[in-house]
Design a protein around this ligand. Structure first.
Ligand SMILES: [Zn+2]
Length: 145
């Protein structure tokens, strides 16, 4: 028999599935959620649902986005001929924070294992990237053909 009520045990079990969250942290988070306002708890639940319902991969750069093409690929003020190849979507935020790059991106691991819509679609930049092996891929930035 669990030491917590069934809904609490279920929440703790779900939180334990998150990376880096062990039993103690899951319990601490579950009790935090229990003590939080109804509005905060609902906002958390809604944001989890919306991430799964509304996000997909950009068909151009493989970034995780709610609009396709993503804001970086559809921006008229960005230099789309200059492409920064990054490993993960989270790398884009780090580069954007520097405010030193105003081109497009190509995400190598945008989420082929994410289950997101578009995850099985080969992007146009993925093909560009495949074509340029042996040429300029080793460089941080490369010029798009
Ligand atoms: Zn994009």
């Amino acid at each position: 028999m669990s030491k917590f009520a069934e809904p609490m045990t279920r929440l703790i079990d779900e939180l334990k599935k998150l990376p880096g969250i062990g039993s103690k942290t899951a319990q601490r988070l579950a009790f935090h959620i229990l003590r939080s306002s109804d509005e905060d708890a609902e906002a958390l639940a809604v944001s989890v649902r919306e991430v799964k319902a509304n996000l997909r991969l950009c068909s151009i750069c493989n970034n995780i986005t709610d609009v396709d093409p993503c804001v970086y690929c559809s921006s008229p003020t960005r230099n789309q001929r200059q492409v920064c190849v990054v490993e993960e979507p989270t790398n884009i935020a780090a580069i954007e924070k520097t405010k030193h790059f105003n081109g497009g991106y190509h995400v190598l691991r945008g989420g082929s294992d994410s289950g997101l819509p578009g995850a099985t679609v080969e992007t146009s930049r993925a093909q560009d990237h495949a074509d340029c092996h042996g040429h300029s891929c080793g460089q941080r930035y490369r010029v798009r053909r």
